[in-house]
Design a protein around this ligand. Sequence first.
Ligand code: ZN
Length: 304
Amino acid sequence: MSVLMSVIGQIPADDPGLMLPHEHIMSKFGGDPVQQAEYDEHALFSAIVPYLQKLRGLGCTAIADCTSAYIGRRPDLLRRVSEKSGVVILTNTGWYGASGGRYLPPEIGELSVDAIFHSWKAEWEGGIGQTGIRPGFIKTAIDGNHLTAVDRKLMTAAARLHGVSGMPIQTHTGNNPKAAEEILDLLTSEGVGADAWIWVHAHYVLEPIHLVRAARRGAWISLDGVHPQRADLILSLCRALSQEGLLGRVLLSHDGNAYTADGACRPFDFLMTGFIPRLMKEGFSTAEVNALTAANPRRALSIR
Ligand SMILES: [Zn+2]
């Protein structure tokens, strides 16, 4: 039986409900790095809980929260949000190496792959901080079109942690096809299959051929910029991958944020309210829509 590791524990992966593989329930992105982010909990819960209840009403039953360590990750608050809203939430281990590395530990230069691996593995085995809450996936992030020495250390640690935990790896990559190729090569050399890897922000890629190539290798293609203004673009990428028989590798999400550093909401309901109807109108079958919005993300985020 395949499972998801959620903030309320292990659950079967094969629920028919819709799952959003890349959102932020809340974050402090843009602010200074923080070990333990503080939120105005009253404001947070009053903003987030009704919003997630609304999403649940629209058929969304699970969300992967991609807010990583130092950017506002609070598994204990996520668990309370999950219990109050009834939406399954996954949190993550790993470190965010993009944004010039400002959200990495200051001593990152001296840390060995082994040290990084052990610090993440401790979260997998014993829970994050004192919460006892285990991560459901590994999150990393890169900036450039070639992997730096730090990127390589983080990706190698991620590959090794996948090896012992079965957690999938989501890497903020964007329009960096060369880096995506290097990541897949690195994973191969560590004995990790490409299907353990999710190319995050892949809708920024200008030529779909790069996505087709990575999907053919087995990677997950995360078109996580679903938004009214990008509906045509995301639709055209879905078509390009569908024409190659690769719809089974595609993920859809919004990269929304229900509670940003300034308390504003970057919504993540358009998939349900606008984009799914659009896919149906454009000729995608119910089975294809179900794959894109439920089966694929649940497979991609399952522990193997
Ligand atoms: Zn994100």
